[in-house]
Unconditional design. Structure first.
Length: 267
């Protein structure tokens, strides 16, 4: 989903999802309250905020002046879960929805018009939620991708089966300029593009588990210089720690959304 605003000068380069079809193109948090969200993530990740062209319920998070994520305070209005969601670039939102449904996935919301594009929220056949965005990717999008401030990992029942699902939906591994490459590294399926890790898929999730950290889900990772400092800030501002390792922590924000902070870039 493209929350972002064009530059005041009107000179910002604009990219279309058609040119980067199938790649993760944005991450977005669905929340209930913008004020609470801004305060929490400002304290934990040092983010600043600017308005988004989608309306007063939307914000763009900035890290060192660079757009890194979007926030949409529409959870109650649209009856959606509070959660972080990765969005994938689509040539056509309708085509992506059809491909997902043909392969056993489900449609939750959309496709809906959110100028300058269209979006849909879906779930794969194991229940992991993700979005698709058709339209413009403007305002420093290439810088966002290259900076690797964030990346996404799918925790799923069977990584190989999931790779087939997403590969068929988004034509992963197809040849041509700008296309993505799917490789198998250890126990993970890794999606690469332009030399960068764009997404990872890992086996081991349990479809019927009551714990949302064990059920199949896409996890958004944010690269930070100090994991321990993020953990302390999260606890001081009403969040909680789900798991903690030397270089990585899974945190829960004040409204219940899960995300990961890590000192590792890309993986």
């Amino acid at each position: 989903m493209n929350h972002d605003m064009p530059s005041p000068s009107g000179t910002t380069d604009v990219f279309s999802t058609r040119s980067v079809y199938g790649t993760p193109c944005w991450v977005s948090l669905t929340s209930r309250d913008l004020g609470t969200t801004e305060e929490f993530y400002g304290a934990v990740l040092g983010w600043r905020w600017r308005p988004a062209r989608l309306g007063e319920r939307f914000r763009v998070a900035l890290a060192d002046g660079m757009p890194v994520a979007g926030v949409a305070a529409v959870a109650d209005m649209w009856r959606m879960a509070v959660a972080w969601t990765p969005y994938f670039a689509a040539r056509s939102a309708d085509e992506a929805v059809s491909r997902v449904q043909e392969r056993g996935g489900t449609l939750a919301v959309g496709p809906i018009s959110l100028p300058p594009g269209r979006a849909a929220l879906l779930a794969d056949r194991d229940g992991a939620t993700f979005g698709v965005w058709e339209g413009e990717l403007s305002t420093d999008w290439l810088s966002w991708r290259r900076s690797q401030h964030s990346f996404v990992r799918l925790h799923t029942r069977d990584a190989f089966d999931a790779a087939i699902f997403y590969g068929e939906v988004f034509d992963w591994g197809a040849t041509g300029a700008g296309r993505t490459e799917v490789v198998y590294e250890g126990d993970e399926v890794v999606l690469r593009g332009d030399g960068h890790v764009l997404a990872c898929i890992q086996s081991g999730a349990l479809g019927s588990a009551p714990d949302p950290t064990i059920r199949p889900h896409w996890q958004v990772h944010f690269t930070v210089p100090d994991v321990d400092a993020c953990v302390r800030a999260a606890e001081r501002h009403g969040g909680s720690v789900v798991t903690l390792r030397d270089d990585e922590a899974v945190l829960r924000d004040t409204e219940g959304a899960l995300f990961t902070v890590t000192s590792r870039r890309g993986r």
